[in-house]
Design a protein around this ligand. Structure first.
Ligand SMILES: Cc1cc2nc3c(=O)[nH]c(=O)nc-3n(C[C@H](O)[C@H](O)[C@H](O)COP(=O)(O)O)c2cc1C
Length: 349
């Protein structure tokens, strides 16, 4: 489960979490050097007042501790989402907790917000030059927190001045009860208090909500309206799924946790399109779930995404994937006569 899976057959024999940790260490040490030329200028896009050299970003979970955002921007990603970051360091769930479903090019994980905590991530973000592209900080509560909304406030106050976007993760399936925050008054409360905490820190950055692909149509409508009412800038749609679509193969398919990769594509794209239909331009939308090609990214954009993210496909294909997606996406825009990503947005709705 790593960048080096492709180039180093040995990594495929390692436990996926070990392989991932190794690749982050190699990136952080400079042993793996990005060598991607800048993407086609037609892929450049402006969203929420920020400039992106490409709409393709790295999803949360790869760089949980903000160790390698600039290395990943160097591989050609238009932006990188670091985290999930919690106030206190946290070990996460017992091992093993990350499983490859090779036949489906999918992953099931139940990591449970393992991360080094807010101070470690903030220190690294503060040391950056901040010139390689936008970095989003994805924040969440500690598992044992007595006040989860306060955890979002604590993270926002510290990290908002150090990031370009803030993403509130209320959709990990691996922190018990977290997904309940998507319903009722909770969303509005979290957003209002977290946005205020960010503002009080002196940072006026866009705040987005990351939601589950498992919401039904009524829940999607409620969360979109609550997000708009509370002043959210956008939604990230979405996290891993607790559903188990048909066709999963291999001995790990019954593991508990969140499923990612191609089997999640249809579900997450449906929820994205639903949200786009309800939001009607009032929110920026980041489409994520099962993207592994330029054609997949194009479908997300046509379903209403301003930006697209991926993680699992990178683990199977290695960093050359970013370049391939850029080339394919530019060719598809050309084929259909779209001068920009923004022009294609929502064209399939
Ligand atoms: C190993 C792993 C760890 C993840 N950790 C996080 C996380 O900490 N926070 C988060 O918001 N999403 C996390 N995700 C979810 C991804 O950001 C993404 O939403 C999901 O995997 C769907 O995209 P994909 O199919 O391209 O992987 C994780 C995913 C994987 C596979």
């Amino acid at each position: 489960m790593s960048l080096i899976d492709l180039g180093m057959p040995l990594a495929r024999m390692l436990d996926p979490e070990t392989a991932h940790a190794l690749s982050v260490r190699m990136l952080a040490s400079g042993m793996l050097r990005p060598r991607t030329p800048p993407p086609d200028p037609r892929l450049a896009t402006e969203v929420l007042g920020l400039r992106f050299k490409s709409p393709i970003g790295l999803a949360a979970g790869f760089d949980k501790n903000a160790e390698v955002p600039d290395a990943m921007l160097g591989f050609g990603f238009g932006f990188v989402e670091v985290g999930t970051i919690t106030p206190k360091p946290q070990a996460g769930n017992p091992h093993p907790r990350m499983f490859r479903l090779r036949a489906n090019r999918a992953v099931i994980n139940r990591l449970g917000f393992n991360n080094q905590g807010l101070e470690a991530a903030a220190g690294r973000l503060a040391a950056r030059r901040r010139d390689g592209g936008p970095v989003a900080a994805n924040i969440g509560p500690n598992r044992d927190s007595a006040d989860r909304i306060q955890d979002f406030e604590l993270c926002a106050a510290r990290i908002a001045p150090l990031a370009d976007l803030l993403v509130l993760n209320i959709s990990s399936p691996n922190t018990p009860g977290l997904r309940d925050l998507q319903g009722g008054d909770a969303v509005g409360n979290i957003l209002r208090r977290t946005i205020a905490a960010a503002r009080d820190s002196g940072a006026a950055l866009p705040v987005l909500l990351k939601i589950a692909p498992d919401l039904d149509a009524g829940e999607v409508e409620a969360v979109v309206e609550a997000a708009v009412a509370a002043g959210a800038a956008g939604l990230v749609i979405g996290n891993t799924t607790v559903s188990r679509p048909d066709g999963l193969r291999g001995r790990h398919r019954g593991e508990q946790g969140g499923l990612s990769g191609p089997p999640l594509f249809g579900l997450s794209t449906r929820v994205l399109a639903q949200a786009a239909g309800i939001a009607r331009g009032r929110l920026a939308l980041v489409g994520v779930g099962g993207v592994s090609s330029g054609a997949d990214a194009y479908v997300k954009i046509r379903a209403g995404a301003d930006l697209v993210e991926l993680y699992t496909a990178l683990a199977y294909e290695g960093p050359g994937l970013v370049r391939r997606i850029h080339d394919e996406l530019a060719a598809l825009l050309d084929r259909d006569g779209f001068a920009s990503v923004a022009a294609a947005k929502g064209a399939g709705l």
